[in-house]
Design a protein around this ligand. Structure first.
Ligand code: FEC
Length: 317
């Protein structure tokens, strides 16, 4: 710990993390697999997906950096001089523990943690918080956390605007009237979360319903995407199955709204823009996707206001 004390409140911005280069993909994948190295085949397959999205660069890093800078600016506007932001990544450097350690080295004694994912699951956000909490206790930092912000009015507004824009794009792209379905999606998790009474599924449905209502969309459905390649059952239906069903029901176009994610990254740029798009094409269905939030000002305000609210939890400690 540092000799000098910094009275500002640290903000630990936590995100999934992505490799820094193609050479880092193996270490990254091994970390995701809790220390078990992938087979050569699995590694090649993942590298192939990174190659396919933008020729082997990793857009999530730049987007997370932009979001961290955007949140710092927004907090500076709302509460000048009171907050200082740090990054802590789940599967890449700087790891969550590195971010907490850096705060301690800088003399921070109080901090708020927030994850760049709006919905809470014990297996996702819960995991980030546990690691930050453990390291903070060791480093003598008092921390409080934003657990979810899936119904924040500004997040809902940003998503609603994007759904409206996407529907307009689809309508303008065709002379005929399309039969369109909006598919809200999020990363699947193992089915066992249901037995744990996990709020993840419910929160995703709440965001979907709120955005559909605000955008005046009646024809919508929630679907999962990006399930892991393991033997245990994952939550479904997967988007590839959903597309088949939608085609059979006579829809000619879908607008995908990946509300569980906030950035352009592999699970959006590959799983949706390449894999799902190819499946839709084969089925004769047009697929468009809403723009991701990245550094959207309304998203930055959502994060900043959520941090300010969680700071009250800190004062009560
Ligand atoms: O662009 C990038 O480099 C990273 C994109 C990326 C994001 C992301 C978000 C979530 N994941 C979640 C759950 C799981 C579970 C497993 C799992 C595995 C992977 C693999 C890659 C990967 N995830 Fe991910 N995830 C991203 C990337 N994820 C690559 C490994 C290969 C593969 O299966 O494709 C299974 C782990 C295991 O084996 O036990 C579970 C959840 C999110 C959304 C919330 C969040 O951002 O934290 C949940 C972005």
């Amino acid at each position: 710990m540092s000799e000098h004390k910094d009275n500002r409140i640290g903000v630990l911005i936590m995100s999934y993390g992505t490799p820094e280069s193609m050479d880092d993909v193996e270490a990254y994948y091994t970390h995701i697999r809790r220390g078990h190295a992938p087979t050569q085949e699995q590694l090649n397959e993942l590298k192939g997906r990174y190659e396919a999205i933008v020729g082997g660069v990793f857009p999530l890093r730049e987007n997370t950096n932009g979001q961290a800078a955007g949140l710092q600016d927004k907090l500076e506007q709302l509460a000048p001089g009171q907050f200082v932001c740090y990054q802590g990544l789940k599967h890449a450097r700087p790891y969550i523990e590195d971010g907490v350690e850096q705060m301690a080295n800088d003399g921070i004694t109080r901090a708020v943690g927030i994850v760049l994912a709006p919905h809470y699951s014990i297996m996702s956000v819960g995991g980030y918080i546990k690691r930050a909490q453990e390291k903070a206790a060791e480093a003598g930092i008092a921390m409080s956390f934003v657990k979810q912000y899936h119904l924040h009015p500004k997040l809902l507004k940003a998503l609603t605007d994007r759904v409206r824009d996407g529907l307009k794009r689809l309508a303008n792209a065709s002379d005929d009237e399309e039969k369109v379905k909006v598919l809200f999606s999020a990363h699947s998790l193992p089915e066992k979360i249901r037995e744990l009474g996990d709020p993840y599924e419910q929160q995703l449905l709440e965001t979907s319903a709120a955005v559909a209502k605000a955008a005046n969309v009646e024809d919508w459905q929630f679907t999962w995407q990006s399930a892991g390649r393991t033997r245990e059952p994952w939550l479904g239906p997967d988007i590839l199955e959903t597309l088949k069903a939608v085609a059979e029901e006579g829809y000619t176009a879908v607008l995908v709204a990946p509300i569980g994610f906030v950035s352009d990254h592999l699970e959006v740029l590959y799983d949706l823009d390449i894999e799902a798009k190819a499946e839709a094409k084969a089925l004769g269905v047009k697929l468009d996707r809403i723009a991701m939030l990245n550094r959207d000002p309304l998203y930055m305000e959502t994060l900043a206001e959520s941090v300010l609210e969680a700071q009250n939890g800190l004062n009560e400690q």
